[in-house]
Write a protein that binds this ligand. Structure first.
Ligand code: NDP
Length: 330
């Protein structure tokens, strides 16, 4: 089988396609034939070493495919079942070994590509909208990078909760996508001071929550956007790590600050399958639109990384694995 391997950290050129044996499942494990793998920013952090991993490793935290073989003790999955997963490493490959309890079975009503595309960013948007803070109808939220993969899904989920959504993005073209997703107002934060804009849009009240995945360039002004007792959810760092922070800054408005991770919101198999089931159900039923930004075959994983790092993408970048991927060339 073919697999992408990282044996040293660095630029996208360290993503190497190698040939290896199809793995055997150990006790409680499943070998899945991968049909589609999602590309996420965390894959870049693993590749560069920002989030250290033991080398060599196969990147990719999410995917979808068909059960190929099951190990001893696996009772609820059989060869041929359609399954998706996230977050679990090793998806940039034709076959992946995954513990049975980290797999989510799904039906024929959703394609492998869409299932792979909505797992990590969809479950992230889901926990941010529903569980990190309990928002009420009429509350106000600011979503940074609203045209990003998580951003477009989060805007849709907040809008369904009846929250007034302000979002930032870097271009008018992306702003149009965020409006289509349901944002009430979109701010071009590369041209305008977003904290000033939030002041104007909220009649100086601020917002109940800021969802900040951008990090370095937005973090301190995000605090300035909060209403009294508002919450800053710092969940990513697309522009670079968040700078050192004085705890007393929170006392300006008795603010809350959290730095959540998807893994803590899908710790058990039950939590994972419940959250993924909600997201897959929304996608299959047409209640959640997953925008596919671009598709690449497995041997072009480096180009997929270049695209996510370029800031040019809006929505999901997918690696189409196996024979279907061979047809994608440009
Ligand atoms: P996307 O690539 O889809 O979105 C990132 C967006 O960030 C870009 O499109 C861009 O939007 C904006 N951005 C701002 N500054 C930069 C910059 N210097 N370089 C690149 N992009 C920039 O990524 P995701 O939506 O998948 O993820 C966003 C962040 O959230 C990542 O840091 C990721 O690791 C994190 N994340 C965290 C999770 C968690 O549970 N904590 C789970 C999932 C993701 P624009 O051009 O509009 O500014």
């Amino acid at each position: 089988m073919r697999t992408v391997s990282v044996s040293r950290t660095g630029g996208s050129d360290v993503l190497e396609l190698i040939e290896t044996e199809i793995p055997e499942p150990g006790e409680g494990e499943v070998v899945v034939e991968v049909m589609a793998a999602g590309v996420n920013f965390i894959d870049v952090y693993h590749r560069t070493g920002l989030y250290p991993r033991e080398l060599p490793f196969t990147p990719g935290q999410e995917g979808a495919g068909v059960v190929h073989s099951v190990g001893e003790g696996v009772r609820d999955l059989e060869p041929g079942a359609r399954v998706a997963w996230a977050p679990f490493t090793g998806s940039y490959a034709e076959y992946a070994v995954i513990p049975a309890g980290r797999l989510v079975p799904f039906g024929e009503n959703i394609s492998f590509e869409l299932a792979a595309a909505c797992m990590l960013q969809g479950m992230t948007a889901h926990y941010l909208a529903h569980d990190t803070i309990h928002l009420r109808h009429g509350d106000r939220a600011l979503v940074h990078a609203g045209a990003g993969g998580v951003g477009l899904l989060l805007v849709q989920m907040l809008e369904r909760l009846g929250v007034t959504v302000f979002a930032t993005t870097s271009s008018e073209e992306k702003a149009e996508l965020v409006r289509e997703a349901g944002a009430d107002q979109v701010i071009l934060y590369t041209e305008t001071d977003f904290a000033d804009e939030i002041g104007k849009l909220s009649e100086n009240k601020g917002v109940e929550v800021v969802y900040d995945s951008v990090g370095r360039t937005t973090f301190s002004d995000s605090l300035a956007c909060l209403a009294t007792r508002g919450m800053l959810v710092s969940f990513g760092q697309s522009s670079g790590p968040v700078p050192a922070f004085e705890l007393t800054n929170l006392s300006r408005g008795s603010f809350y600050l959290t730095r959540p991770s998807l893994g803590h919101y899908v710790e058990t198999t039950e939590q994972l399958r419940h959250r993924a089931g909600e997201v897959l159900g929304m996608v299959a039923g047409g209640a959640l639109d997953v925008r596919i930004d671009s598709r690449y075959p497995l041997d072009q994983a480096a180009r997929a990384h270049d695209r996510i790092e370029s800031r040019a993408s809006s929505g999901k970048i997918v690696l189409v694995v196996g024979d279907q991927g061979a047809g994608i060339r440009d």
